[in-house]
Design a protein around this ligand. Structure first.
Ligand code: ZN
Length: 283
C-alpha cells in the first residue's frame, strides 16, 4: 500500500473545514499544511472568477481531485429534469476551468411528491449519458458517488457501488478509457457485504475516479453532519483503501468530514494537522 505520510497523496475536501473561510484562504491553508490536492465545492466557487481561483490553486501547488457536487437530477417534469441537467453542464464547465479530475455526482433522491424511485434512477442514468459527453469535451470525468441508503429519499437514489457500476456500463459500455465512473466514499459503502467484489470490479474497469475517507461514529448523532475523523469510528479505512489500490487506484485519498459539532468548531490548522496524522496512522 502507498504510505500516506506522504501528504502529496492526500487531498482535503473543503467541506472538512466547514466552509467558514473564503476559498483563497482555504487553498492557502491546505497548501501550507503540505497536502497535494484539494476538492472545492460549488458554493465556494460559483459567482466568482473561476479562472482566478484556478490559477491560485495551481500556483499553490495543489491538484484538484473532484469538484463537488451535482445539482440533483430527478424531477417531476421533463422541463425541470432538463434544467437540472443544464445546471450540471455549467458546473462541469467550471470543473474543467478548475482543472478538476472529476465532477462528483450526488444524484438526488425522490423529487417532492413522487414515490417512484425506479423512475428517479432512470432519470439519473439518462442524465449520466448526457453529462458524460459534456465532461469529455471539458476534460472532466463524471464520478457517480453512491450514498448510504439512509439518504435514498432525499439525497441519492443511487445507494450501491454495484448500482453505480451497472449504470456506467449501461451508459458507456466497456471502455479502455472510461469517462463515467464512481467515487468511492468509505462512509457510504463500508457496510456493503459485496464491497470487495465491487471495488475489484470498479478497478478492473478503471472506474475508480475518487476515494473519500472519514469514519462512522457509534453512536452517530446525525447521519449528515456527525461524520468522524478516520480512526474515531468503526470503518476499516485502511482495509478499504487497500481494496482500491489492489484494484489499481493511484489517485489521491481525500478526507471529507461534515461535522458541525466537532471538527467545524476547530481551527482549520488544527483540523488539517489531525487529518495529516490520521492519514499516516489509520487511513
Ligand atoms: Zn464523499
Amino acid at each position: 500500500m502507498r504510505d500516506l505520510s506522504n501528504r502529496n497523496l492526500c487531498a482535503i475536501n473543503t467541506a472538512t473545514l466547514g466552509f467558514r473561510a473564503p476559498i483563497d484562504d482555504v487553498v492557502d491553508a491546505v497548501a501550507r499544511a503540505g497536502f497535494g490536492a484539494i476538492a472545492p465545492w460549488r458554493r465556494e466557487v460559483e459567482g466568482q472568477d473561476v479562472a482566478k481561483i484556478s490559477r491560485h490553486i495551481r500556483d499553490a501547488g495543489l491538484a484538484v481531485t473532484g469538484y463537488c457536487r451535482s445539482t440533483y437530477i430527478p424531477a417531476l417534469t421533463r422541463l425541470t429534469f432538463e434544467q437540472n441537467v443544464q445546471a450540471n453542464r455549467l458546473a462541469i464547465t467550471d470543473a474543467g476551468a478548475l482543472g478538476a479530475y472529476s465532477f462528483v455526482m450526488v444524484v438526488g433522491g425522490l423529487p417532492t411528491g413522487s414515490k417512484d424511485i425506479a423512475a428517479a434512477r432512470a432519470q439519473v442514468q439518462e442524465a449520466a449519458g448526457l453529462l458524460v459527453e459534456h465532461g469529455r469535451q471539458h476534460g472532466v470525468r463524471i464520478a457517480l458517488e453512491p450514498l448510504h441508503p439512509v439518504y435514498a429519499a432525499d439525497r441519492s437514489c443511487l445507494s450501491l457501488l454495484s448500482q453505480a457500476l451497472d449504470m456506467c456500463e449501461a451508459v458507456e459500455g466497456s471502455s479502455a478509457d472510461p469517462w463515467l465512473g464512481a467515487c468511492i466514499d468509505v462512509y457510504h459503502v463500508w457496510w456493503d457485504p459485496d464491497l470487495a467484489g465491487q471495488i475489484a470490479r470498479a478497478g478492473a474497469t478503471r472506474r475508480i475516479f475518487g476515494f473519500h475517507v472519514c469514519d462512522w461514529l457509534v453512536p452517530t448523532a446525525d447521519v449528515l453532519n456527525d461524520r468522524g475523523m478516520m480512526g474515531d469510528g468503526v470503518i476499516d479505512v485502511r482495509g478499504i483503501r487497500n481494496m482500491a489500490e489492489i484494484g489499481g487506484y493511484r489517485g489521491a485519498v481525500e478526507v471529507e468530514i461534515f461535522s458541525t459539532k466537532n471538527w467545524w468548531k476547530r481551527s482549520m490548522e488544527e483540523t488539517l494537522q489531525v487529518c495529516a496524522e490520521r492519514f499516516a496512522s489509520v487511513s
